[in-house]
Design a protein around this ligand. Structure first.
Ligand code: NOJ
Length: 577
């Protein structure tokens, strides 16, 4: 039965229209996970020429930019987040000239390119780390990393009690040339990812130079990995709790540890911002404003006011809004999450971003079918209860429609436009995420969201590449969800995304003001208004079926009805006649 409603909007906007027109304030940015997008040479792993070949797909999808996860030289102990050379491309992915081609082609297609920067740690195969091991205790080479003597009579105990995100101890003891145990080094993640010492001037200088290296090649910005961990508390005090980083370990936030969100990180980003601002736009008439390079912080920091410190006017341009990603699928929680995101970002003049999936979390087409309000698992295994795929997709489409109607920037993760679910039945032997081994098989890890893209149902590896064996196995269901099965098909998830992105761009929704609407119970309803454009109304229904006002003209809806009914778990965008 329909409920009655007033559909009145509040008089004061909860978020004002974006006054400035910088692209990063309102763009839609698509994350490409290079290992898993397109494999152009049939070796089972995606690569840069593969990405370049599919850039027209992104232009047609209607996004403004792509962010590419790390493609640098790396032993791939953490899928490239263990960088051995920040100024070169791993041969697995191609060459520097392939990167130049990619950037140039993207710019031709009006797509901006964001690259991933990993400053907290390098690979243990980085030249600096090898030099640190060779040079021994007390050397300037060791000073660039976090080496310490162990505790105990013979230094046999780690310097403190920190645990690594992927499981196990955060310290590993090294041996000298004769095989005798000596100092320990810190690694917040895998032992193959030694943490840099950010109190060391050489480290700071090196990263300023790396920023320039990529800016000179024409990139439009950076996504900065674990931006909240570079500086550790003085004296590296014990931290009795597990060194959790919310996104990777579990949903029980504990960002207050001595390794996270220390005040000292901010001066680093102020220096970086100066470098970005010093770059004149690339030689292209579209880039007509100074300072258009942007950087986005991956910082799992709570509460939102604390995160907002990273996006003060002289620091990052954006930060991922993981609080939104983690908000339970409930009207009241989402309204509160959206409102607090705007309040904290507006207070520092920064745009809010919205994100639902990435390469570290269970895909939202699966996650949203999990029991509401329970901690988010780090991967799902075949032996775990299997989420309801239809419910997950229904909610995922509603959630994305809500996300894309919100003013601010939006991040999409490759394959979500196909409605790809998590691979929840992957054989344990196929797992590559170090989490699986390091957690002693207690956490499945992130492989299930990193499975190669299906482009064509009847091709080898569903069109991902000519080889038969992609680096991670694809579930059978990916065949029916392949791009060629959805392209041009009315009602497909792909066409739904294209339609939303077209409307979002044409109506400039990213730049709007948001005013809450008093909709039916159990809904999230708001108006997005922009000068010179019709008001766009958005409602997401979490309760029993309800109806739109009589004068509603539907623009987008996440289901396939063609009347004014809004069933449970559906989002509708509409205007008023
Ligand atoms: C966050 C990245 O998103 C994740 O994939 C990686 O494992 C860690 N940082 C460590 O670099």
């Amino acid at each position: 039965m329909s409920q009655t409603t007033t559909w009145n909007s509040q008089s004061a906007p909860a978020h004002d229209q974006t006054p400035e027109a910088e692209w990063w304030r309102s763009s839609t940015i698509y994350q490409v996970y290079p290992r898993s997008w397109v494999d152009s040479n049939g070796d089972g792993v995606g690569d840069l020429p593969g990405i370049t070949s599919k850039l027209p797909y992104l232009r047609d999808l209607g996004v403004d930019a792509l962010w590419i996860s790390p493609f640098y030289r790396s032993p791939m102990a953490d899928a490239g987040y263990d960088v051995a050379d920040y100024r070169d491309i791993d041969p697995l992915f191609g060459s520097l000239s392939d990167a130049d081609d990619l950037i140039a082609r993207a710019h031709e297609l009006d797509l901006r390119v964001i690259v991933d920067l990993v400053p907290n740690h390098s690979s243990d195969e980085h030249e600096w780390f090898k030099a640190a091991l060779a040079a021994g205790p007390g050397s300037p080479e060791r000073e660039r990393y976090m080496f310490r003597d162990g505790k105990g009579e013979n230094g046999e105990e780690p310097p403190n009690d920190w645990k690594a995100i992927f499981g196990g101890n955060a310290w590993t003891r090294v041996t000298d040339a004769d095989g005798n145990p000596e100092q320990w080094y810190l690694h917040l993640f895998d032992p193959k990812q030694p943490d840099f010492n950010w109190n060391n001037e050489a480290v700071r200088e090196e990263f300023l130079s790396i920023l320039r290296f990529w800016l000179d090649r024409g990139v439009d910005g950076f996504r900065v990995d674990v931006a909240h961990s570079l500086v550790k508390a003085d004296g590296l005090p014990d931290h009795s709790a597990h060194a959790k980083m919310a996104g990777l370990s579990d949903a029980n936030h504990d960002n207050g540890g001595p390794m996270w969100d220390q005040d000292g990180v901010h001066e680093i980003y102020r220096a970086w911002r100066e470098v970005l601002d010093s770059y004149n736009p690339v030689d292209d008439e579209r880039y007509d404003s100074a300072g258009d390079r942007a950087m986005c912080a991956e910082a799992w920091v709570n509460p939102p006011e604390r995160l907002a410190r990273y996006v003060r006017p002289d620091e990052f341009h954006q930060a991922f809004n993981f609080a939104f990603l983690e908000t339970p699928w409930r009207a009241s929680d989402l309204r509160e999450s959206i409102a607090s995101s705007y309040a904290s970002n507006d207070a520092v003049g920064a745009p809010t971003t919205w994100v639902l999936s990435n390469h570290d979390v269970v895909r939202h087409a699966t996650r949203l079918a999990l029991p509401i309000g329970e901690p988010r698992p780090n991967g799902i295994r075949a032996e775990d209860p299997q989420p309801d795929a239809a419910l997950g997709l229904c909610r995922a489409k509603a959630a994305t429609a809500l996300e894309l109607a919100l003013p601010g920037g939006a991040y999409l993760y490759q394959g979500e436009e196909l409605g790809l679910p998590e691979h929840t039945t992957m054989a344990d032997e196929a797992r590559q995420d170090p989490t699986w081994e390091r957690s002693e098989h207690t956490e499945a890890g992130r492989d299930g969201c990193r499975v190669p893209m299906p482009w064509a149902k009847d091709a080898p590896s569903f069109g991902f590449g000519s080889g038969d064996a992609p680096w991670l196995p694809q579930p059978d269901v990916y065949g029916d969800l392949a791009v060629d099965q959805q392209d041009g098909v009315p009602g497909s998830t792909l066409e739904f995304y294209r339609h939303m992105l077209r409307e979002r761009r044409a109506r400039r929704l990213g730049e709007g003001a948001l005013t809450w609407v008093e909709g039916p119970a159990d809904t999230v309803a708001f108006v997005n208004s922009r000068d010179g454009h019709e008001d766009l109304w958005c409602v997401t229904n979490f309760g029993g079926a309800t109806t739109l006002p009589d004068d509603a003209v539907v623009v987008v809806r996440s289901d396939e009805r063609d009347d004014l009914t809004v069933p449970t778990d559906v989002t509708v965008w509409f205007t008023r006649a």
